[in-house]
Design a protein around this ligand. Structure first.
Ligand code: TRP
Length: 289
């Protein structure tokens, strides 16, 4: 619901925020360990990198550069935003010339199901802790789809955010400039445009809170005052009490044991984990089990 053209652009703004550590920490982990990752991965065959939710491929080029230095590399960025993908294509052409790019405008699961059979090595990329936006059963289901797109010798690089002190977590999801608020509220803008909704966006307030039991940041939109909102396409009228919230998203924070609990039922095993210097995030190298 968040990643239309406007949402994708606002998310790019989030990744530039000083308080939003996940992107910078993951970039740092990739810069520091790209060669070690590629060493652990490589079996000499040409590599096809399939990235789910590639966005503008800012982080992907770090790995593509390391892979391309060793042999033939192709890049298949998958994203629901064609705008983001065309920027990704331009970036790769500019920064890692020689890498072939075949972009796919698609959601994750249909793209995985539609990948052609492959001869070389396939490397799936799922970065940005996007797995944390799925509750465990849905995360396992998505990982299973990834597993089905893999054969012996293939690999997955999975980025996860890690549990840490609560103020740092909360600040990352509630920045003083209000960029994250705009991102969250864009879900309502989108319902207005695409479903004939009548939300007054100014009458909802962005809220981020920590749920310890579920180990996740929750994003909510809180109703300012009692209000009724029509959504024409659904022939629906929603009533919101003052202070009632719409729970829009989760961002789960993991430890290693939690990651392994997701991988095992999906038929995957963690081979190695790489971190930024501050151990804020992890990038796991995962193989078919
Ligand atoms: N994958 C991002 C994350 O969990 C998504 C995200 C960042 C997000 N900020 C948000 C989702 C605010 C909803 C609202 O870190």
């Amino acid at each position: 619901v968040f990643y239309d053209a406007r949402g994708s652009a606002i998310y790019e703004e989030i990744t530039d925020l000083a308080v939003y550590y996940p992107t910078r920490a993951e970039t740092e982990a990739l810069l520091q360990h790209a060669d070690a990752m590629v060493d652990a991965l490589g079996d000499g065959r040409p590599v096809s990198v399939v990235e789910l939710g590639a966005g503008t491929a800012l982080k992907s080029v770090i790995l593509l550069r390391a892979l391309h230095a060793r042999g033939a590399t192709t890049f298949v960025p998958v994203d629901v935003s064609p705008t983001a993908l065309s920027l990704a294509c331009e970036r790769v052409a500019r920064e890692v010339p020689g890498v072939q790019v075949h972009a796919i405008v698609s959601a994750h699961e249909p793209a995985l199901a539609a990948l052609p059979p492959h001869d070389g090595q396939r490397l799936l990329l799922f970065l940005g802790s996007s797995i944390g936006n799925y509750e465990d059963p849905a995360a396992i289901a998505l990982l299973r789809h990834m597993r089905h797109a893999m054969r012996a010798g293939d690999a997955l690089l999975l980025g996860t955010d890690l549990r840490k002190d609560i103020p740092t977590l909360l600040a990352a999801y509630d920045d003083p400039q209000g960029v994250t608020a705009r991102f969250n509220l864009n879900a309502l803008v989108r319902i207005n445009r695409e479903l004939g909704g009548h939300f007054e966006v100014g009458r909802f307030r962005h809220q981020a809170l920590w749920n310890e039991e579920a180990s996740r940041i929750e994003m909510h939109l809180m109703s300012l005052g009692r209000q009724q909102v029509r959504i024409d396409a659904l022939d629906l009228v929603c009533t919101f009490e003052d202070g009632e919230t719409i729970h829009t998203e989760n961002s789960i924070k993991y430890d290693t044991a939690h990651v392994d609990r997701l991988l095992e039922p999906a038929g995957l095993v963690r081979q190695a984990s790489f971190h930024d210097a501050g151990h804020r995030v992890a990038v796991h190298l995962i193989r078919p089990g």
